[in-house]
Design a protein. Structure first.
Length: 213
């Protein structure tokens, strides 16, 4: 014997959904206007949100819909609008002045390209075939940073053994930056890891903006 539901307390609830739009002057922002906004980082070099963020737009003008997790943020710099392409912390490419010191210290303390130890797999150092600049990317507690390093750092990173070249790294760094090379642990505490994560959370929580055609 089937049991019929009791419909005595059944009701239909109407929910009001708020749609947020961004107006430029008296008109709603269009796709054309959005594409013309100057692209500028919504998170600065120290991991902080820049200017006044207005919202995020679920529109990918540069065919980046298949890219790593990211946001398109509309934000205000003084009296002008900007759009920012913001990558999630683990995919970020945050350039910071301390990256060179952090990477140099990592290499000096034993990180090598051919090591099988997992803690060195998050570090990449390479020379650009076009600019010949030596770039480095490294993950620090879930945030990816980028910077440039010296040719000596690259040379030591490519070697399998600790030798006299590695011994020259602290002196080279001190000559270039006029201060002693600090340890990996010391520099890691100065990189804006938590600031970038907090900025990502803040921007992710922004309302979605709907723009017209």
């Amino acid at each position: 014997m089937s049991t019929q539901p009791n419909t005595g307390n059944t009701s239909i609830e109407t929910v009001t959904v708020q749609i947020r739009t961004l107006n430029v002057g008296a008109k709603q922002m269009s796709l054309s206007i959005f594409r013309q906004l100057v692209e500028a980082p919504a998170i600065n070099a120290v991991g902080r949100v820049q200017g006044r963020p207005w919202g995020i737009v679920n529109y990918h003008p540069d065919r980046c819909d298949d890219a790593k997790q990211h946001l398109h943020v509309v934000w205000q710099l003084d009296d002008q609008l900007r759009r920012g392409f913001v990558l999630a912390p683990e995919h970020a490419y945050l350039r910071h002045p301390l990256v060179a010191e952090y990477v140099t210290a990592r290499v000096y303390e034993g990180a090598r390209r051919d090591t099988v130890r997992a803690e060195h797999g998050d570090l990449k150092v390479h020379r650009s075939v076009t600019t010949r600049e030596i770039g480095a990317t490294v993950y620090v507690r879930g945030v990816r940073f980028a910077g440039t390093v010296s040719s000596l750092t690259l040379s030591v990173f490519d070697r399998s053994a600790y030798d006299d070249q590695a011994e020259r790294l602290p002196a080279e760094f001190e000559e270039a930056y006029q201060r002693p090379l600090r340890t990996v642990a010391e520099v890691a505490e100065l990189l804006p890891v938590e600031a970038y994560k907090a900025a990502w959370r803040e921007l992710s929580a922004l309302p979605q903006l709907f723009i017209g055609r």
